[in-house]
Write a protein that binds this ligand. Structure first.
Ligand code: CTP
Length: 412
């Protein structure tokens, strides 16, 4: 397939080098047309080397080839990334001041814009109107991803991940209407890691959760276009870029953060390993060993069940909102019942919409890079199995969540 890849003048231009590689490695012939401004971010030599084709942004280069007409005519697909506010405006008003805008006017095949800009520019009435105009004419305009932008700000405006743009482009060429990122415009809150329940200023009760699964879920949800909030208890892995991170220590802190975040989330995923119990008393000072006293006894009290409270809050104040509450279950099974039987009972008890079930043992799941899960649904559909790396399992979970959000009628 012949693809024209227009590159706009934004810092995200560097990510487009990966997108170009995805296209060329899939066997496509790509002509890159960078705008003048974009060459301040990535030089034409990069595009020539990676595409294997000559690169120009002027209508006056190789005039005998009539490039300003030919490139658009011959392209099976035109992709513009990053589509800046300026480029969207030029395309919407049919300007033809350079080779890329000429090509857009001459394009016969599908055109995909992958916007990237600061949130305020994306939300400005002028940009909204330009996007509507372009969509009205049949162009595909992706929703930008959300998260950390170039400065200190964050919000919608990030260039979607190269793989997501690639997938959207292929879906568009196949004439599919689902080219939009599946979680675009959605807010997903994910708890990750293990809570720590203090005994005194230096000791705590903790658990083996590494946070890898929660982080992999955050990445998968971010890549699917969601605004992601990560409620991070103790984790052995760093939080990923492009997600909002709130650190928590104890189950009670996590409860407060989760209930607040859920108020405006479309999805809440409780993948954190929450301590079921906490010490009844926390000593202000370090508990000392003394030879003259008996061995200490730690009294534990129950922590609230956050997942259950999230379901109750949703049912009480957001009934019909379509908010999806997803729980995790780590089960070992025992002589009283197998893993699935326990999980099924937990799903009913907690009332969440989906329950992702891990089979754990001392050597399984915690801290490992791969696992196998079964996704149970309260709506009663068949259990769905997913296995592979934590990344692959997370992508499967996010696909299932997208499906539930987009195709299953409001819950509770
Ligand atoms: N969870 C929670 N609040 C708690 C304990 C657990 O929100 N106090 C959440 C976990 O994040 C997970 C789900 O509930 O999504 C299942 O946790 P799990 O510990 O497996 O279940 P328990 O309720 O502790 O049941 P059991 O002791 O029978 O395993």
């Amino acid at each position: 397939m012949r693809i024209v890849l227009g590159v706009g003048g934004g810092i995200a231009a560097y990510k487009v080098a990966s997108l170009l590689r995805l296209f060329t490695e899939a066997g496509h012939d790509v002509s890159v047309i960078p705008t003048e401004a974009s060459t301040r971010f990535v030089g034409t030599a990069t595009w020539e080397a990676l595409s294997g084709n000559p690169v120009s942004n002027s209508v006056f280069d190789d005039v005998h080839l009539v490039n300003h007409v030919r490139l658009g005519h011959e392209a099976d697909l035109v992709v513009v990334a990053p589509a800046t506010a300026d480029l969207l405006a030029k395309a919407a008003t049919g300007q033809a001041g350079d080779l890329l805008t000429n090509t857009l006017l001459m394009a016969h095949g599908p055109v995909l814009f992958a916007p990237a800009m600061h949130t305020e520019m994306w939300q400005h009435a002028a940009t909204r109107a330009n996007v509507e105009t372009l969509r009205g004419r049949g162009a595909a305009v992706l929703e930008p991803a959300s998260g950390r932008l170039t400065g200190a700000d964050s919000g919608p405006g990030r260039l979607p991940e190269p793989q997501a743009i690639f997938d959207a482009a292929m879906a568009l060429v196949q004439g599919r209407s689902d080219y939009q990122l599946p979680l675009a415009g959605r807010t997903v809150t994910i708890s990750a890691g293990g809570t720590r329940e203090p005994l005194d200023p230096v000791r705590f009760l903790g658990n083996r959760s590494s946070g890898k699964q929660g982080v992999a879920l955050a990445v998968a949800a971010r890549n699917a276009g969601a605004t992601v909030r990560l409620l991070a208890a103790h984790m052995e892995v760093p939080a990923p870029a492009g997600v909002e991170v709130q650190r928590v220590e104890t189950a009670l802190e996590l409860r407060e953060a989760a209930l607040a975040a859920a108020a405006d989330s479309d999805v809440i995923i409780m993948s954190a390993a929450v301590a079921d119990f906490r010490p009844a008393e926390v000593s202000d000072t370090k508990i000392k060993k003394r030879d003259d006293t008996a061995d200490p006894v730690i009294t534990l009290v129950r922590n609230p069940d956050i997942l259950q409270e999230l379901v109750e809050q949703r049912n009480a104040s957001r009934a019909g909102s379509g908010q999806l509450v997803v729980g995790f279950a780590a089960e070992t099974g025992d002589s009283q019942g197998d893993v699935l039987a326990y999980a099924e009972a937990k799903l009913q008890r907690k009332g969440c919409d989906l329950l992702v079930v891990n089979h754990v043992g001392m050597d399984k799941v915690f801290g490992q890079d791969s696992n196998a899960v079964v996704i149970l649904s309260r709506a009663g559909s068949e259990p769905q199995e997913a296995s592979g790396t934590k990344t692959e399992v997370s992508e499967a979970i996010v696909r299932r969540i997208s499906f539930e959000l987009n195709h299953v009628s409001p819950r509770a």
